[in-house]
Design a binder for this molecule. Structure first.
Ligand SMILES: CSC[C@H]1O[C@H](OP(=O)(O)O)[C@H](O)[C@@H]1O
Length: 366
């Protein structure tokens, strides 16, 4: 998407062909800084420390991490150690495993001297495909927003989103934001309630920054305000991204998503989840079996920001020594999900719904 008139993706190959460059998302919205990744270890750190984050972008970064690894040493042993190190960065987003499994399957059969170019081609394909899938998600999600707008005879469509499932979480367009951007660009009056999304504040820091850049009206709210707004008829739909959807339609997403889905269900507000198909884990049929990442309690107790004089700083909000828990995701059961917006259309959050759009995953012999 564009930033001050320049089109950006959050990750790209450096012009000199010697590195990968990223937008350092830990500096936004206070500073727009890019960073060069010159080793697979750099790529692994960028994922783990959330310089890049978001399920599809994590997968894309891992794909570029394989390229960086092959440039250093294209041996079988280094391919395996790169796979293992990158896989160990974050456990919940299945796109990481999808990209590394697909990348290893492409590279392992090749002679080492063919792996560098093949890894570059693979990483470029992952990125270009993600951008296409997300644009398609937007087209299907746009139909939903159009239908709501038609019932509101010109009044603003109020959409609540949680965390950042924007272009910063993917290669382009975003997943949850793609329908929003396309509706806005088509002239449909939309407004977005942006959950700040503690503790890393992806909503306040990233989604608000994205929507600001694109001119989409929005209001940042505390995470606990969504239910109240829904009770008062101020939310027409909820749309979020996801880090993993199981074959039966359960949804792992940023911590707090489940509570939004409960409030939406209690208030008759449609709750949609937007995802490209690499986010579907066909090996699981129960969301409770998804590994939930536990991140450092420091993310809860220390908030980064900018002081009034513009200097970057962070403050500690708890008494010294107060322990903090920090599960990074939760699981919304399929029964609370109105629909899954994929690149092939909108599916019910059921095994049959997903297989109707992705029949190639029907078990052999059925
Ligand atoms: C389009 S996937 C975005 C998804 O990823 C976020 O998690 P994190 O910021 O920790 O990588 C969040 O769950 C978003 O919904």
């Amino acid at each position: 998407m564009k930033v001050n008139g320049t089109h950006y993706r959050p990750i790209w190959q450096a012009k000199d062909g010697e590195a990968v460059e990223i937008i350092d998302q830990t500096k936004l919205p206070h500073a727009f800084e890019t960073l060069r990744l010159t080793s697979m270890q750099d790529a692994a750190h960028a994922i783990k420390a959330m310089l890049v984050r978001g399920a599809p972008l994590i997968g894309a970064t891992a794909a570029w991490g394989l390229w960086l690894a092959m440039r250093e040493d294209a041996s079988d042993g280094n391919l395996e150690s790169a796979y293992t190190m990158l896989m160990a960065t974050r456990p919940t987003a299945v796109n990481l495993r999808w990209a590394l499994d697909a990348g290893r399957a492409k590279l392992a059969p090749l002679a080492p001297d063919a792996r560098v170019e093949a890894a570059k081609t693979f990483a470029e394909q992952v990125c270009d495909e993600d951008a296409e899938l997300n644009h398609a998600i937007g087209r299907h999600g746009l139909e939903i927003i159009r239908a709501i707008a038609a019932k509101k005879s010109g009044e603003t469509v109020n959409i609540l989103t949680h965390c950042n499932a924007g272009w910063l979480a993917t290669v382009d367009w975003g997943t949850a934001t793609s329908p929003i951007y396309q509706a806005h660009d088509e002239g449909i009056p939309v407004h977005v309630w942006v959950d700040e999304t503690r503790p890393r504040n992806q909503g306040a820091f990233l989604t608000a920054w994205e929507l600001n850049n694109h001119g989409v009206p929005h209001t940042v709210i505390v995470d606990n305000a969504g239910g109240h707004l829904m009770q008062h008829g101020k939310v027409d739909m909820v749309i979020t991204g996801t880090d993993r959807v199981t074959a039966n339609g359960d949804v792992a997403n940023k911590i707090g998503t489940y509570l939004k889905a409960l409030a939406a269900s209690d208030n008759g507000v449609p709750f949609y989840v937007a995802l490209p198909s690499p986010t579907i884990d066909w090996t699981l049929d129960d969301g409770m079996r998804i590994e939930i990442e536990e991140r450092s309690g420091e993310e809860v107790t220390r908030i980064p920001g900018r002081l009034d004089d513009g200097t970057l700083a962070s403050v500690t909000i708890t008494p010294k020594g107060s322990p903090a828990g920090n599960p990074a995701f939760d699981v919304t059961p399929a029964r609370l999900v109105t629909g899954l917006i994929t690149e092939r259309g909108v599916s019910a959050a059921t095994p049959a719904g997903l297989l109707s759009l992705f029949p190639e995953h029907r078990a052999a012999g059925e």
